[in-house]
Design a protein around this ligand. Structure first.
Ligand SMILES: CC(C)(COP(=O)(O)OP(=O)(O)OC[C@H]1O[C@@H](n2cnc3c(N)ncnc32)[C@H](O)[C@@H]1OP(=O)(O)O)[C@@H](O)C(=O)NCCC(=O)NCCS
Length: 421
């Protein structure tokens, strides 16, 4: 079946999370993704293993719908295979530490020279330019340096990381956008280009509204926040405040377990209706809350009243009650809630898969729905599962040529001398 990216072939050298999250999305959009791994494989194959000898869920959940080949990029024979693959691919993706591609002998200029149509898409912690360009990064380093940690938590907590992987998968999304744009430009110009996303830049982009408020601080305190901001020159940690023009917060629900909460947004034009439902006519006309300014001033009392009402209902009952009066409200769903949730099933967002070594398992589904392009999710490849297939089908190598490359150590570094050794 034709898919959005049918006909696009990707040489995917990415590892860990940030890069693989991007190439998995491109595979789900229909690209042929050939994951080029070092002979020992992407390190996440063995990270946090739950079943002995089976590739980890970490690897499995980020590498579906890909083919795997092993190529030793430190051997001459491996470099020779890479060179041939460059001729046959539309895109190379990588998220190595600074200088690794250069160390292989393949900086962007060289890749571009070899195949002017090819796109190179890279994720770096901090980009290839700038004072931090030589530094490596993981998710939480990016959250720390991109500003997210300093605004996450409560005023009396240390800076906190967010549970969503905005540094890794968030940067992966940025990279996919850049890749799709570069493919589109290539359609017009016939020329490939270098696409680079830095994790720090992506986190800053995702914290955009905090920069709005950072600049507003220069003009006085921010009344919508539940804590004073007078005299501040940087954004504080603001707990569960909505951070938008409309007030929002979490309230407790029945029976009071650790995830029995719901998030409520108080739209200005819905206050009367909300107040009427939780406190009757008296609250709906209470002058303390009649105006936005009044609700800002008296927000602690307002949340106390909403919380007294919500505590009598489960989080799902509370959502139903508020949705009946058109007030935005969401129960705080934990992973067990979501795994069983009817809506999640209907949206195909928690998909059961089979795997030769691990049996049944689940992956989070494809969050981008295209009406004319859909790809069934297939399990991740075993290490090197498709090496011979790719050499035959993509590079049209004969059995003898494959055997010769293997003997020279192109695919397996055990017992073979490296360049320069
Ligand atoms: C994630 C990160 C910190 C991991 O650091 P690391 O484990 O030291 O890995 P690096 O990417 O720096 O290096 C990879 C090594 O594998 C080697 N390697 C990778 N693929 C290879 C292949 N096919 N054949 C031979 N060697 C290979 C590289 O040569 C390098 O070895 P070296 O250290 O001898 O040069 C680093 O890759 C990084 O900063 N990446 C960019 C930011 C990023 O994406 N971070 C988030 C990851 S979720």
């Amino acid at each position: 079946m034709d898919s959005a990216l049918s006909g696009i072939r990707i040489l995917d050298m990415t590892h860990v999370q940030a890069g693989p999250s991007a190439s998995q999305l491109l595979a789900w959009l229909g690209a042929d993704v050939i994951k080029l791994e070092p002979p020992a494989g992407d390190v996440t194959r063995s990270h946090l293993r739950d079943i002995p000898d089976a590739d980890s869920l970490y690897f499995a959940m980020l590498n579906c719908n890909k083919r795997s080949i092993t190529v030793d990029m430190k051997s001459s024979a491996g470099k020779h295979v890479f060179l041939q693959l460059l001729e046959k691919c539309d895109l190379v993706m990588e998220n190595f530490g600074p200088g690794v591609m250069e160390g292989f002998g393949f900086p962007w200029e060289e890749i571009h020279r070899i195949n002017p149509r090819i796109i190179l898409a890279s994720i770096k912690g901090f980009g290839s330019t700038g004072a931090y360009s030589r530094l490596k990064a993981y998710e939480n380093v990016a959250q720390a340096m991109g500003g997210a940690m300093s605004v996450t938590g409560t005023p009396d907590s240390p800076p906190l990381v967010t549970g969503a992987q905005i540094g890794d998968s968030g940067t992966g999304l940025h990279l996919v956008i850049g890749i799709l744009a570069a493919l589109q430009q290539r359609t017009r110009t016939g020329k490939g280009q270098y696409v680079e996303c830095a994790m720090m830049d992506s986190v800053m982009n995702l914290c955009r509204v905090k920069w709005r408020d950072h600049q507003r601080l220069a003009h006085g305190p921010l009344p919508e926040y539940s804590q004073p901001t007078d005299g501040r020159t940087s954004m504080p940690r603001t707990g569960n405040d909505s951070g938008g023009a409309l007030m929002g917060n979490v309230v407790r629900c029945k029976p009071g377990g650790p995830d029995d909460y719901a998030y409520v947004v108080v739209q200005d034009h819905r206050w009367e209706r909300l107040a009427g439902r939780i406190g009757g006519a008296a609250l709906a006309s209470d002058p303390r809350f009649a105006t936005v300014e009044g609700r800002h001033r008296n927000q602690a009392a307002m949340w106390e009243l909403i919380g007294q009402f919500s505590a009598a209902w489960t989080k799902r009952e509370f959502m139903t009650i508020l949705s009946e009066i058109d007030v935005p409200c969401g129960p705080v769903m934990n992973t067990a809630d979501l795994a069983e949730d009817e809506h999640v099933k209907q949206r195909g967002m928690y998909v059961e898969l089979d795997h030769p070594a691990r049996g049944k398992w689940h992956n989070v589904g494809m969050p981008i729905k295209l009406s004319d392009s859909s790809v069934a999710i297939t399990p991740p490849p075993l290490l090197g599962e498709h090496t011979e297939e790719v050499l035959r089908d993509v590079l049209h190598l004969s059995d003898a040529e494959i055997a010769a490359l293997r003997a020279e150590g192109a695919f397996d570094n055990s017992g073979h001398a490296k360049d320069g050794e």
